[in-house]
Ligand binder design. Structure first.
Ligand code: GLN
Length: 534
């Protein structure tokens, strides 16, 4: 097997330039050439994982098969590359230091003074190499979060410099920057890029490729100037203009010769075209039909908190030739009755925590159930759908103990093994578990199989004591996981489409393999729309 190759992606000028999408896109391009690709996200913060971070501040917490709670960029990697990653693909400062300190306590450093260079940097370098080898990747993409010049990212950059020094032909540095345009003259300015490259070079890293983000494509003049001042070949200066759909980015990068540039650097050959992907992007962009889906949530001001749901909608939409428009609905506005749901072809209640907005979410669920509007509930949305059913169909004064610990009818209760855990990082049921799907149900029709695996992130679950009563009243638990038995999917037969899952189907949706629940949901919304217009 050839040695692993590495592409190190850094960011300059400012954050939020879409480094994650660039990284994912490059991965896709190389994978489509037949190479095995993996990707690592380095987050230079001290948290050990993203599980304890507020989605308001940081965007969605993505959950991996192994239960790792990671940065949302890993979601993009999984979607673009259509692979499953592990927790080790997300390195944080907290995790590296924890490992080094544990080694020091064990006496592994044989009495030496433990230092950032070489001990921390060695740990990082070994980690990157280990993940690459374990995943048998030909190419590993390493995205370094933050902006060059931040104190936090220094040890990581130094480690990557060492990796290059160790084996210069196997490492490419790619720097993403912003090319601002000055209003009056409309000129693309390269100075901020020059400065951030200077910063990189001061730490011993010479970029091979520069990707310039700007609203419009870079002018030839701009590319030449960057090439000259930053000492990269002109064909290594690539434009990343604004696009309406993130899945277009790989096509744009490929058109400019980026794939060929990388392959040539690594001594690899070009093998294939990109038609499947082109077809998929066409499916998203050239759709005449449109449905409107409402997402009733709590963090709707920051849509990054539901990024996997948005993507799952676009995958399902592309497969069905339907454009899915999302209407973000703040659950608390529903409680005050200031918004209407009448224009929606489908209602989704996503995952969430805590009591704020719960009544609004339940009002939306009741509306969908009673008015025959397609409904998909995810995690908290599933739990609230069960509470709503117990309240308005069974007539119980029911609740989840997360919302009211004193409720007389705790239809949603705490998972037994989660009761006395103290470490906030580890109190949830996380990751993928197998689920048995009952024959003859909507869930079975959608998945087309009797055993599925889906990812979880929750503390509470359906109280098994209430299951017989709920089922007698017409709610069907069509998916159950074993040991102990846990309710995983609930549905209402006879409703156009009413289904909810304790797991998160959005985490496993892929561009060319939409999640079955989303596929069925969009299909039902299309049907609802055609019924309305009849
Ligand atoms: N708050 C609920 C629980 O902990 C749901 C979690 C979620 O939606 N991710 O079980």
């Amino acid at each position: 097997m050839p040695r692993g190759k590495y592409i190190i992606i850094t960011g300059g000028v400012l954050s939020g330039l879409g480094k994650g999408i660039t990284t994912s896109s490059i991965g896709l391009l190389l994978k489509m050439q037949g190479y095995a690709v993996t990707a690592i996200k380095i987050d230079p913060y001290l948290n050990c994982d993203a599980g304890t971070m507020n989605p308001f501040q940081h965007g969605e917490v993505f959950v991996l098969e192994d239960g790792g709670e990671v940065d949302l960029d890993l979601g993009n990697y999984e979607r673009f590359l259509d692979i499953n990653l592990s927790s080790d693909n997300n390195i944080t400062t907290g995790r590296v230091y924890r490992t080094v300190i544990e080694k020091e306590r064990r006496g592994d450093y044989l009495g030496k003074t433990v230092q950032i260079v070489p001990h921390v940097t060695d740990e990082i370098r070994e980690w990157v190499k280990r993940v690459t080898a374990e995943s048998s990747a030909d190419i590993c993409l390493v995205e370094i979060g933050g902006t060059v010049g931040d104190i936090e990212s220094m040890p990581f950059l130094e480690a990557m410099r060492q990796l290059h020094q160790e084996s210069p032909d196997d490492v490419i540095f790619l720097h993403t920057t912003l090319i601002p345009v000055l209003g009056v003259v409309g000129e693309q300015k390269t100075k901020p890029t020059q400065h951030s490259v200077k910063e990189l070079r001061a730490i011993g890293i010479d970029p091979d490729i520069i990707i310039g983000r700007a609203e419009e494509p870079l002018e030839q003049k701009t590319r030449e100037k960057i090439a000259l001042f930053c000492d990269v070949p002109v064909d290594g200066v690539i434009s990343a203009p604004d696009v309406s759909c993130i899945y277009e980015v790989p096509l744009l990068l490929d058109e400019q010769g980026l794939t060929d540039f990388i392959l040539q650097r690594f001594g690899f050959r070009r093998r294939d075209g990109l038609y499947k992907w082109e077809e998929f992007v066409g499916g998203i962009k050239d759709t005449a039909e449109q449905v409107t889906m409402g997402i009733v949530g709590k963090y709707t001001a920051l849509s990054d908190s539901y990024i996997s749901i948005e993507e799952a909608f676009s995958h399902a939409g592309a497969a069905l030739g339907v454009k899915v428009c999302i209407d973000w609905i703040e659950a608390e506005d529903l409680e005050e009755g200031t918004v209407s749901l009448d224009h929606l072809h489908g209602i989704l209640v996503p995952g969430g925590f805590g009591m704020r907005g719960a009544d609004g979410k339940m009002a939306a669920i009741r509306h969908a159930r009673e008015k025959g509007i397609p409904f998909l509930g995810i995690c908290f949305g599933f739990q609230l759908a069960v509470v709503e059913y117990a309240r308005h169909v069974l007539g119980l004064d029911a609740n989840s103990i997360e919302i009211d610990p004193e409720t007389p009818h705790p239809v949603i209760t705490i998972l037994p093994e989660q009761e006395d855990v103290e470490d906030m990082g580890g109190t949830m049921r996380l990751g993928a578990y197998p689920i048995a799907v009952k024959d003859g149900t909507l869930a079975h029709r959608l998945y087309g199989t009797s055993t599925i695996r889906e990812r979880h992130r929750h503390r509470y679950e359906v109280n098994p004591e209430y299951m017989p009563r709920l089922e007698e009243a017409g709610l069907v638990f069509s998916g159950v996981s074993a040991d102990p038995p846990r309710m995983e999917i609930a549905e209402i037969p006879g409703h156009l489409f009413f289904i909810a899952s304790q797991f998160h189907p959005e985490f496993t949706s892929r561009p060319l393999r939409p999640a079955p629940l989303f596929y069925g949901f969009v299909q039902a919304a299309r049907e609802k729309k055609s019924q309305c217009s009849e």
